[in-house]
Design a protein. Structure first.
Length: 177
């Protein structure tokens, strides 16, 4: 992960945005006062209901998206982890999904309070599918092919955890498809 460019493909419920992973910790006005869970929910909210592409066109939001995605990836790429090993082997592409979380009956008020902290309609679960080494990060066909491969590799995770995702989540269609 040293000095190479790493592309993070953020896949939400309705949008996909690519960002370049940053190397330094950063702060951002849109993220002030938010903990890690709030940032996941905010990014999930931004990537839902066709908001992601429009928000990514604004540099301020794109920078905040980049910071959140980078923090999610780096928090999982700890020494000795499989993700860290993939980066050490030269991985430069990672797929991050942000999908709606199921709100269990009886707990909806608690989840609503969590979502309301970032003015979201849902809470979201972040899942890092995998990291891979691609020769050309500008080749959209190879990015799409790798995205599909990583989703298929993560299918077992999604199936095993289907009850954690909302019935309205796009992952339900992926599992049944």
């Amino acid at each position: 992960m040293a000095d190479q460019k790493t592309l993070i493909r953020i896949m939400g419920e309705s949008d996909i945005v690519d960002v370049t992973m940053t190397r330094k910790a950063a702060s951002h006005a849109l993220l002030m006062g938010l903990d890690a869970a709030d940032k996941v929910n905010l990014l999930g909210h931004w990537m839902d209901q066709d908001r992601g592409a429009e928000l990514a066109a604004d540099q301020n939001h794109l920078d905040a998206m980049t910071i959140i995605a980078t923090e999610i990836i780096t928090s999982k790429a700890t020494a000795g982890s499989a993700l860290a090993s993939q980066f050490e082997a030269g991985a430069n592409f990672v797929l991050l999904t942000l999908l709606r979380e199921k709100w269990p009956v009886g707990s909806k008020a608690k989840f609503k309070t969590i979502a309301d902290r970032v003015k979201a309609d849902h809470t979201y679960l972040a899942h890092i599918c995998a990291a891979a080494k691609l020769d050309d990060l500008d080749d959209e066909d190879s990015l799409k092919q790798e995205e599909t491969r990583q989703l298929s590799l993560s299918l077992a995770f999604y199936k095993a955890n289907r009850r954690r995702f909302a019935n309205s989540s796009a992952v339900q269609g992926l599992i049944k498809g």
